[in-house]
Design a binder for this molecule. Structure first.
Ligand code: DCB
Length: 329
């Protein structure tokens, strides 16, 4: 009788253990497991103080390519591409928030889908042709207070407060840092612990002034953006130096193309950059989820969402990125 009971219980227990282990592996990638993220030195960490990396894809201009993003496409990207973060590029200009403030409802829909799917989501205030983040600082304050009030209790949210400050006269000490201090205090008055990513001058490539004039907020990271066909060894060496100064970097946007988003896919240079990011445990987000006719788009031109589900419709960059995302680390 005893033996039968043992045999029977083994029968039940064994498959359950197997299941648990499988689920455990997947859970390690989810927001419910990793919880509130934090920073230790240059590392992003989960709530248990374990090093943790976010890897994912960015939307293109949400106003132009927002239809590609919904619960089903995000679920596919999570389950079959292995992304654990999605970046919502909400442009300020170029048909963005300033002209079309209702785009925020699309942002909210995507955030809600990402939360349901247990993923992290980066809310990117995508300045670009407006060069100076201070141009629309009042709008940024009201946008981020609204978003923070809605999601202050969710571990899923990451705020990226200015995509790419640019222009020769836009510098860290006088322009970007004061802007960041204002927006960080706006967010912190509501959400005291979410990760905040701050863009750096010259399209997120110039850290010279950042190094000697850091922000005091402890959960802030600095954005590095690169395009493999344009930015090469010189930028890698600059960043190695920045990391040596213990500055936490988040690659919230990079492309396999040149800096205009086009001109072909630079595989060798992309490999070099990804090896570098692996060596330093740096999180990365690829530009972009679109079917525009340009090399950095992950989908073939005018194919809609097909490529997300079927590799035959992926661009060369899309195939490359999907393979890289599947490698767990
Ligand atoms: C960044 C921007 C991003 C831009 C990509 C590729 O810009 F954050 O918005 O995306 O990198 O250029 C491109 C799209 C195009 C679109 C254009 C304007 O791919 O389809 O027409 O935005 O909306 C960068 C990054 C780096 C540099 C320059 C730019 N750089 N830039 O190092 O010079 O000029 O946009």
């Amino acid at each position: 009788m005893k033996r039968i009971i043992i045999a029977l219980s083994l029968l039940f227990v064994l498959p359950i253990c197997g299941c648990d282990k499988e689920e455990q592996i997947e859970k390690n990638n989810l927001a419910s497991y990793n919880g509130d993220l934090q920073i230790s030195g240059i590392n992003l960490q989960n709530q248990y103080g374990e090093n943790f990396r976010l890897k994912g894809i960015s939307s293109h201009n949400l106003y132009w390519f927002g239809d590609l993003i919904n619960y089903n496409t995000l679920m596919e990207l999570r389950d079959n591409w292995n992304i654990n973060a999605f970046r919502i590029a909400m442009y300020t200009e170029e048909d963005g928030y300033i002209k079309n403030p209702n785009i925020k409802y699309k942002v909210v829909n995507i955030i809600n889908a990402a939360i349901k799917l247990d993923m992290y989501v980066i809310i990117d205030w995508h300045i670009l042709s407006d060069n100076n983040p201070n141009t629309y600082i009042e709008e940024a304050k009201s946008f981020f207070s609204e978003i923070a009030s809605l999601y202050k209790d969710k571990p899923n949210i990451i705020y990226e407060i200015c995509n790419e400050p640019n222009g020769e006269d836009i510098i860290w000490n006088n322009d970007v840092k004061p802007y960041a201090e204002t927006i960080i205090s706006t967010i912190r008055a509501i959400d005291d612990d979410a990760i905040i990513i701050v863009g750096t001058p010259n399209y997120c490539q110039d850290f010279d002034e950042v190094i000697t004039n850091l922000l005091s907020d402890k959960n802030t990271m600095y954005a590095l953006h690169f395009y493999a066909g344009t930015h090469k060894d010189e930028l890698i060496e600059h960043i190695r130096f920045v990391l040596g100064a213990n500055i936490p970097i988040f690659v919230s946007e990079w492309g396999t193309s040149t800096a205009n988003g086009n001109d072909g896919v630079f595989f060798e240079e992309s490999n070099k950059w990804l090896d570098f990011l692996d060596a330093y445990n740096i999180s990365w987000i690829n530009w972009s989820l679109s079917d525009k006719n340009e090399s950095s788009a992950i989908l073939q031109n005018n194919t809609g969402t097909l490529g997300i589900f079927d590799e035959n419709y992926l661009s060369d960059s899309g195939k490359y990125i999907k393979n890289k995302l599947k490698i767990k680390s």
